[in-house]
Write a protein that binds this ligand. Structure first.
Ligand SMILES: [Zn+2]
Length: 336
């Protein structure tokens, strides 16, 4: 099964031309103009993983609840969501496809790997080589995601392909495991044109991720750093954005303070960096979903938070940049 690097490379060369200006949803490639109002980092389905065993609230197993929540999201004007569960961490591409078909919401499903804490100690992600990891990521993007989610040993590829690569680091220091995964993601990005979405633990370590991806030749305009608003230091954010990466803020509904630092960041930065800021819910707990009986529900950004931004002076073009133009620019496959 092991294709050599040259074969992967020449296939990617041929295919790259077709990737220009398309977004790879789980139901097929669509032109960027059809992508529409997008949440840039979501969790629509989370099946069992090591973390859900300890924290059952992290589990989002229900297709019916996914359909109910995304039907409301669509009614409120939402059209696309980027799911963020990578290989063997509770990802379930068949459930995502059912939800997308039922609701008409475009869903991107990632390949890639999460932090080590989402896997048991013997998991392959802890010891596979860079090249082997890159092969797995590329096959998810170019051929189709395994219906068994790389839980092994059999692989049975579905027709649903990955539309991005999700990777993670656990703070300022990037471990040897995560460095290997970042390098493999960089290879898969270079060879397929797929964008990269990163988890920035508690918002810390963004510049270290930027430096590492940049050292591997990744196009930083195709990189989205998530959760950096957990560290609402304006100068830190200016440094991040000046590197050319995109950011995804998702703590707008989490602050228990009287002020909303996520809202402050958006309003302070959107003028200088109009094409680099996106929003998401990252609502990876059933207690955040209305369909599971929780709050505030996934329409929060389109309703309450949009109203809060507009009251602070966000204009229509800026709103459109956050929810439509920047996601479409970023999540299209890289042009040659
Ligand atoms: Zn997440």
């Amino acid at each position: 099964m092991r294709a050599d690097r040259a074969t992967i490379s020449s296939n990617a060369e041929r295919r790259r031309i077709r990737f220009v200006n398309i977004v790879r949803t789980i139901l097929g490639d669509i032109p960027r103009e059809q992508f529409g109002v997008c949440y840039a980092h979501e969790h629509i389905i989370i099946d069992n993983n090591v973390a859900t065993m300890r924290f059952p609230d992290f589990k989002l197993p229900s297709v019916a609840n996914g359909i109910a929540e995304l039907t409301q999201f669509y009614a409120d004007g939402g059209r696309a969501m980027v799911d963020s569960m990578p290989c063997d961490s509770g990802r379930n591409v068949l459930k995502l496809a059912d939800i997308s078909e039922a609701t008409k919401v475009h869903i991107l499903c990632p390949t890639g790997l999460h932090l080590g804490k989402y896997y048991d100690d013997g998991h392959w992600s802890h010891h596979y080589s860079v090249d082997r990891l890159a092969e797995l990521f590329i096959a998810d993007i170019e051929v189709g995601i395994d219906r068994f989610d790389y839980s092994g040993p059999c692989v049975d590829r579905t027709s649903h392909r990955a539309g991005l690569i999700k990777i993670a680091s656990g703070g300022v220091e990037i471990t040897e495991r995560n460095r290997r995964i970042f390098e493999a993601a960089s290879i898969a990005h270079t060879q397929t044109g797929a964008p990269i979405l990163t988890h920035v633990e508690e918002g810390r370590g963004a510049m270290e991720q930027v430096a590492l991806l940049s050292s591997h030749g990744v196009d930083l305009s195709k990189v989205v750093l998530s959760h950096t608003d957990r560290q609402p230091d304006i100068e830190y954010h200016r440094d991040i954005l000046q590197s050319g990466v995109r950011v995804e803020y998702d703590s707008g509904f989490r602050w228990k303070t009287t002020t909303n630092p996520t809202l402050d960041l958006v309003m302070e930065l959107i003028g200088d960096f109009p094409n680099q800021i996106m929003l998401g819910m990252d609502a990876a707990r059933s207690s955040y979903w209305k369909s599971y009986g929780g709050a505030p529900g996934l329409s929060f950004l389109l309703n309450e938070f949009s109203q809060m931004m507009q009251e602070r002076g966000l204009n229509e073009k800026q709103w459109n940049n956050i929810f439509v133009t920047t996601p479409a620019d970023t999540y299209t496959f890289k042009t040659t």
